[in-house]
Design a protein around this ligand. Structure first.
Ligand code: ADP
Ligand code: ZN
Ligand code: ZN
Length: 741
């Protein structure tokens, strides 16, 4: 047996591994992640390394391979733990050990060595800064005003950007530095990404429900019983306060925690709240950090400078050696599933890390994923509920469902139903705010009837067919196809076709209908530039607009006390997305969107517009009845053998050569039939997008009750594929996928 060993984990390229022989006497207890001593280089000086892989075959001349000298006993440094986690990920999600290692180990890059200069805002009082800006403008000191205005939007700006793009001279910079308006730091600004925030006080006292949850989880923690929890709390019930209290208690014991949030740009408010409580002991990771900056944050974590790391999925690998909690907020979000190899899910990976590290995992959501509820039901997660909104005066909104078929029949062809228009008029009069939400997921080409609301579905799979170019309707799961219909197969209406209406179109309609209203739009187009999220959201929070129109990005986690009306324009759009999670997504989106209404003292109302008012996802969302939704959805998943009851493995095949994509996917299908006859094999078939950038895509689905059997199928296929029969083809595995292929 041979071991792949990395000598220096943080500096060198991770692919630079060295192979050593495992001596007989070590075979029994050497595992991936262990620290070992190995003879290195010509002089055979002993150096410490980590075992990252174990294999039967030698990759080099057997006679030249040296023996491992010894195992470093009793030292389980954080690197070992993360390497072991990488091994777990490789096995459970597929891919190579190298891909897994790169996901979990922060790598130091060359760019890091270059010192960066940054211009920072030194003023902490925003009012003072704003009045200074006004004064500079009045005195026509344009260069100074330009810089200050830029810094008010982004408190840290690269020196190069300031001098080149903003055209600020060194003399001006010096002057402003002497005045105490700015600071120039020749160290990385991101060494502490929250240092520019101003810490406000902290004065919340937990309510009874919150306190009960904290006490129960903390009791386990103090007793050294690290467990996995599901915190199911309605929107605005104060889950974040529960997290912070638990983290603070763990920090008193010297334990650090990780908080995952879906997308940092959208949850600035959450970061602020953590900062107010933990000050410099909190850091954040986000997508705008470079590799080097990310590495810095990981270093701070390792050096014990932090109690909390907040970030997206990848923050899960923060190298805390004294991990307390891993918290996944809005755990139902699909962004917790990686879209690159290894396609891990943060939820399961957190639980695996918790088991290795002796740490607890808390999953939080108002609308838990089917997976988490199912596990809670089976006793694999301890569930706690928060049933009320935390603020005394705030209560859950009233929901109405309007039937868009009815609107059409009475001659209203507008995307705004009469009820929604009336309520909008009323709110504008009362100077309260409105959010209009367009659910865009699954817009791509499902076909539905505007008269009866039915969508054309696959007879074998119970998912909607998608309209392909050339006028064919296809099933993305089994490959079934039929010609496009001109009349509804259910009611005979000719009002059948693809549904399309973008946010831009809606903005137009709203402006026409309510000419006096101030309208903001937030979607992919209006948020291309850096910080545009924050700008739009803060403009809306400052009541610079009456109506905010947007896609799913406006439903997440914001607290606008003045919003008393939420309109969901077409609830159906995600119901028809051609995958088995469509109803779950719709329910989650509707519930979360409804949760934006009435967060302040004034009661809120929600209008859900739909062509399918009787669909259980719409009905249960209207009643905010999670349990009823869960039961119906579980019955469907059980019947169709879908996750979380069964497990699903998607095998995605792609190749620039169509023939090879076909040959490879057929080859995989045949291999499976021969070697894994107990699995249910669906396909191969064309992927939902059969060609992207001239790459041909094919897909095979495997179903099994046992996850382990799917892992074995994956292992077998990886071995079979490594023989190199289809060299121009890429095969990826996706366990219990969030999206189709
Ligand atoms: P969730 O994360 O469950 O959506 P939050 O933690 O964001 O809820 O809380 C919603 C609002 O209620 C926030 O403005 C928060 O500051 C406030 N809040 C939470 N707990 C309390 C409490 N015990 N007393 C007063 N206000 C609270
Ligand atoms: Zn019809
Ligand atoms: Zn089908």
């Amino acid at each position: 047996m041979y071991a792949d060993i990395i000598i220096d984990i943080s500096h060198e390229k991770l692919d630079r591994v060295f192979q050593y022989r495992i001596p007989e006497e070590m075979l029994a207890h050497l595992v991936i992640g262990m620290q070992v001593q190995v003879p290195f280089g010509g002089g055979n000086t002993l150096r410490t390394g980590y075992v990252v892989d174990i294999s039967e075959r030698a990759d080099y001349d057997v006679n030249k391979i040296k023996n491992i000298a010894g195992i470093v006993e009793n030292s389980v440094p954080i690197e070992s733990q993360l390497i072991a986690l990488a091994a777990w990920m490789r096995r459970n999600y597929g891919g190579t050990m190298n891909q897994a290692l790169k996901t979990v180990i922060p790598v130091k890059r060359k760019e890091q060595l270059k010192k960066k200069r940054t211009v920072m805002l030194a003023l902490t009082d925003m009012a003072e800064a704003k009045s200074l800006l006004a004064e500079l403008e009045r005195k026509h000191r344009t260069a100074r005003a330009r810089l200050l205005a830029a810094l008010l939007e982004n408190p840290c700006i690269d020196y190069e950007v300031v001098t080149h793009k903003l055209n600020i001279t060194a003399a001006v910079l010096r002057g402003m530095e002497e005045q105490g308006v700015i600071r120039i730091v020749s160290e990385d600004c991101y060494r502490n990404p929250v240092s520019h925030l101003t810490k406000q006080g902290y004065d919340i006292i937990l309510n009874e429900q919150q306190q009960a949850v904290v006490d129960a989880i903390d009791a386990d923690f103090q007793a050294g019983q690290y467990d996995n929890y599901l915190l199911q709390g309605v929107t605005g019930s104060g889950k974040t306060e529960v997290y912070m209290e638990l983290i603070a208690r763990a920090a008193k014991k010297g334990r650090s925690s990780i908080v995952l949030i879906p997308e940092i740009a959208l949850t600035f408010q959450t970061v602020m709240r953590f900062y107010n409580r933990f000050g410099d002991r909190v850091s954040i990771l986000h997508s705008r950090l470079s590799q080097g900056e990310r590495y810095d944050q990981f270093l701070r974590a390792k050096n014990g400078e932090l109690d909390v790391m907040i970030g997206p999925r990848s923050a899960l690998f923060t190298p805390f050696s004294n991990l307390g909690y891993m918290i996944i907020d809005e755990e139902h979000e699909s962004s917790y599933k990686s879209e690159t190899v290894p396609r891990y899910h943060a939820r399961e990976t957190a639980i695996a890390r918790g088991r290795m590290a002796g740490a607890s995992v808390i999953l939080g959501s108002a609308t838990p994923s089917m997976e988490s509820s199912y596990r809670a039901q089976k006793g694999l997660l301890k569930r706690f509920y928060l049933t009320n909104r935390a603020k005394d005066e705030s209560r859950l909104p009233s929901c109405y469902v309007t039937d868009l078929r009815e609107e059409l029949r009475s001659g209203n062809r507008s995307i705004l139903s009469r009820q929604l228009q009336e309520l909008m008029e009323d709110r504008l009069k009362r100077q309260e705010q409105i959010m209009l939400f367009l659910n865009r997921r699954g817009m791509a080409g499902f076909v539905s009837c505007r008269e009866c609301g039915e969508a054309v579905k696959c007879p074998h799979c119970d998912v909607s067919l998608s309209l392909h170019t050339g006028g064919k309707l296809k099933c993305h799961y089994c490959g079934y196809e039929m010609p496009q219909v001109t009349r509804c197969p259910f009611c005979g209406s000719k009002y059948i076709g693809g549904f399309r209406a973008g946010t831009q179109k809606i903005e137009e309609i709203v402006r026409q209908r309510f000419p006096g209203a101030r309208v903001l739009r937030m979607d992919q187009d209006s948020t291309r530039t850096k910080d545009s999220y924050e700008k739009i959201l803060s403009a809306f929070a400052n009541e610079e607009a009456d109506i905010l129109i947007g896609t799913q990005m406006i439903v997440k986690g914001h607290d606008f006390p003045k919003v008393t009306l939420v309109g969901i324009l077409a609830a159906d759009l995600s119901l028809h997305a051609s995958d088995y999670r469509a109803a779950e997504r719709t329910f989650q989106l509707l519930t979360q969107a409804a949760g934006r209404a009435g967060r302040g003292a004034r009661a809120g109302e929600v209008v859900i517009q739909t062509y399918q008012p009787d669909h259980y996802a719409v009905q249960t969302a209207k009643d905010q009845d999670y349990e009823r939704f869960y039961e119906q959805e579980l019955a469907y998943r059980e019947m169709m053998c879908y996750p979380p009851v069964w497990n699903l493995l998607m095998i995605a095949v792609s190749s620039p050569k169509e023939q090879e994509a076909d040959a490879c996917s057929l080859g995989i299908g045949q291999w499976l039939q021969k070697n894994q006859p107990l699995l249910r094999i669906i396909g191969p078939t064309e992927a939902s997008i059969a060609k992207v950038n001239d790459i041909y895509r094919r897909v095979i689905y495997l179903k099994s009750e046992s996850y382990e059997m799917l892992v074995q199928a994956k292992d077998g296929l990886e071995k079979m594929l490594s023989q190199g029969l289809w060299r121009q083809t890429n095969v990826q595995f996706d366990f219990n996928p969030m999206n189709g292929f």
